[in-house]
Design a protein around this ligand. Sequence first.
Ligand code: ADP
Length: 505
Amino acid sequence: MAIAATAIANTLIPIPDPEVLARQLSGKLLIDGTLTPAISGKTFPVVNPATGKPIAEAALGEKSDVDAAVASAAKAQIGWAKLTARQRGKAIADCGKLLSEHVEELGRLIALETGKALRTESRVEANVLADVFVFYGGLGSELKGETVPFNNDMLTVTVREPIGVVGAIIPWNVPMMLMALKIAPAMVAGNSVVVKSAEEAPLAVLRTCEIMNQVLPPGVFNILSGYGPECGAPLVAHPNVGKVAFTGSVDTGKIVYKTAAEKLITVTLELGGKSPMIVMPDADVERAVAGAIVGMRFTRQGQSCTAASRIFVHEKVHDEFVTKLKAQVDAMKMGDPLDEQTDIGTIISRQQYEKVSSYIKLGEETPGATAHECSTMPTDPRLKDGLFVRPVIFTGITNASRVAREEIFGPVTCVIKWRDYEEVIDAANDSEYGLAATVWTRDLKTALDATRRLQAGFVQVNQNIVVQPGLSYGGVKQSGLGKEATLEAMLDHFTQKKTIIFNIA
Ligand code: ADP
């Protein structure tokens, strides 16, 4: 198996017009290093959510395509695993470098297919994508085992071996980044991968795969598009898939887990969230408001599992907080996702649009609730069929209401007034989810106590940054199983340990 020793030739010229690129990628899967139609020849439409117009067809992958991709991956994995860990790492880091030359085109393509604004979200995601490959590319030499002090006449060691073929199933909200967090560690660890993209966002990840296949041996990274039950389910069930990494809804995660249990393979599940943000009476309100804007992912229309969708604000600063939050969200510009002036784009699909709208209606009907609608709808006639939803801040609502308990995955947050510290910690933990949480205070003792007691996998004080390579990310309770984004994630989830004992007596 050959890997370019030094130079990486980027023969794919970046295509800045995302509509041209979308058409070029139309109707293709990428299996065994080659862009290819689905075996059935069937396709399904990919729609621009800002206009409602189709931009491409995606190949409709089914079981036969899964079989072809897994066969290619299984064959390629043998040679891939024979490379040294650092050679694999170099190839993955080289992929990161190539992807960094395609940030603009990938950013524009993901903006076109998902409706996420280019400046605030889509270009950022394309940069993080490249960064994740560079990060994991440097970790090849960390795939170390141990020496075990078992017996003086024996040399006992453990080694970390790859699992084989890894299946990755990804969602549409941050598809490139969430794919990278799975496949980069999987491949550095010596596995090959088959990815099933989300129905709504198959194009930018396909282009990512095409770019990376300039460096990777054919079959190491394959990608399929298609529907969950027809394409995702056979991938999970395939006898040669030895591990599944999944991000998506709780219900689908449980289906994946059950299938994996039948095969006795491990899974990583990154599922939903209803993340609390607790603003203490002594908090820096300006800073907390800025944190709420980032935390709630208003620029991503709230389409984030870690969205700060339950904001508990102490009564002393509640009104000031709400006034300032509303003013800042009002100042955000909704519009064409590809326009550099736009802060907030669209909801991903008609189905999600209906779901989000129904939750807003439910909130409005909740006794005591006030819906503060923010920002303004775009007026551009080209966007008249776009799936735009004005951000909504609910006040006067309790943690018991459905809008405060269920994951909406839209630009809807609840600001809940509190008075008693013990009660607010209990309320924050009174959720089936446990993905992320933040605490806003100037008092170190309060911060320490709250962070220890909050049931979540990712807890921050006085900030609300998004997941970064090197920071362990993943939830507790219904938010999932396993962590992503670190060295430990690679070792724990994409290798299996073997003990080897040499009797030298
Ligand atoms: P969302 O509501 O965010 O779309 P889903 O859990 O439905 O979340 O989808 C996340 C990913 O899981 C998508 O790629 C989808 O196609 C896939 N998926 C859906 N159903 C199944 C299934 N039964 N088996 C495997 N993958 C599935």
